[in-house]
Design a protein around this ligand. Structure first.
Ligand code: AHR
Length: 300
């Protein structure tokens, strides 16, 4: 299985519909929701793609099960966004043995399997962390930083930490994970404000956790953006709104809207065409000069 020719009857009209199994890691953040929408609106029947979409609810075991189901269904291409980097060796080998090509989406894998995927599309997480660190080095060089990490062991967490700490690691007084969700971000910051009362800047690995941090800071009687500055990653509408409201100080973008690029890659891979090993999605950054009009124009 795995070759596009095998799906020729799937279109019903003798067309060449490509069947794609996509294992999304979850729906933990505004970023993820926007990414899912972008993927679903690009990988469509009108675009020659039959998408089998499965949400793993941030559980690796669910993703592994979905990937095995895709092998059983003999889809043409398997795409997935891995919740963490490790633990994929066995299932990646099974996919490889099945001959179905893999398109890795957003996050990265750390595996001993040789040539585990045809292509990867995602953001440069390490650069995002570095950009955030450079803002801190320039604008808050004396700040005591608490680092609010994403899901431990995820490519987004590992690389943002590496990029940020490489620039201003000596300013970090404590770290804990908020698993990329608003609720867990809030809990982690409630604890951090007790454990590291000197904290006056939070570097959060995503906007949702940063918005949870805002709630925790306000509940502690402090002013987010002033008493405790917040530097974030993503740039979803709520994050940019927090910038305009003065509660966030700086946001490094992670762009989730790459469904069209993914659709092209999937088609090329299914057709056996040569594809680049990686496609880096372009990001920008936002400071407090961001306007309400910018927020209103934001699509997600
Ligand atoms: O992998 C990308 C990250 O995952 C986003 O920054 C975060 O919001 C999401 O949960």
């Amino acid at each position: 299985g795995g070759d596009a020719a095998g799906s020729e009857t799937a279109a019903g009209g003798g067309g060449d519909t490509i069947t794609v199994g996509f294992s999304q890691l979850g729906a933990e953040s505004g970023w993820r929701t926007a990414n899912t929408e972008s993927v679903k609106s690009a990988l469509t029947a009108a675009n020659g793609i039959d998408l089998k979409f499965v949400d793993a609810q941030q559980k690796q075991e669910n993703q592994i099960k979905a990937l095995r189901d895709f092998i059983t269904q003999d889809v043409d291409v398997i795409a997935f966004s891995p919740v963490i980097e490790t633990g994929w060796d066995e299932v990646l080998q099974e996919i490889k043995d099945s001959g179905i090509p893999v398109v890795l989406v957003d996050r990265t894998v750390d595996t001993s399997v040789q040539d585990p995927y045809a292509t990867w599309i995602g953001a440069d997480f390490e650069q995002e962390g570095k950009t955030a660190g450079e803002w801190v080095a320039k604008n808050a060089p004396d700040a005591k930083v608490f680092e609010l990490q994403g899901t431990l062991g995820s490519g987004a967490q590992v690389d943002r930490e590496k990029g940020f700490d490489g620039v201003v690691g000596q300013q970090v007084v404590g770290k804990a994970s908020g698993n990329f969700t608003r609720a867990e971000g809030k809990t982690a910051v409630e604890a951090a404000l007790q454990t590291y009362p000197e904290t006056n800047l939070i570097f959060t690995h995503n906007d949702d956790m940063g918005l949870g941090a805002v709630e925790a800071i306000e509940a502690a009687g402090k002013v987010p953006g002033k008493d405790v500055q917040i530097v974030s990653v993503d740039g979803v509408r709520d994050g940019l709104q927090a910038l305009v409201d003065g509660k966030f100080n700086y946001v490094v973008e992670c762009n989730p809207v790459f469904g069209d690029q993914l659709a092209t890659l999937v088609k090329d891979v299914a057709a056996g065409k040569e594809v680049p090993k990686e496609t880096i999605v372009q990001d920008q950054a936002f400071d407090q000069t961001t306007t309400q009009a910018d927020v209103d124009a934001r699509k997600y």
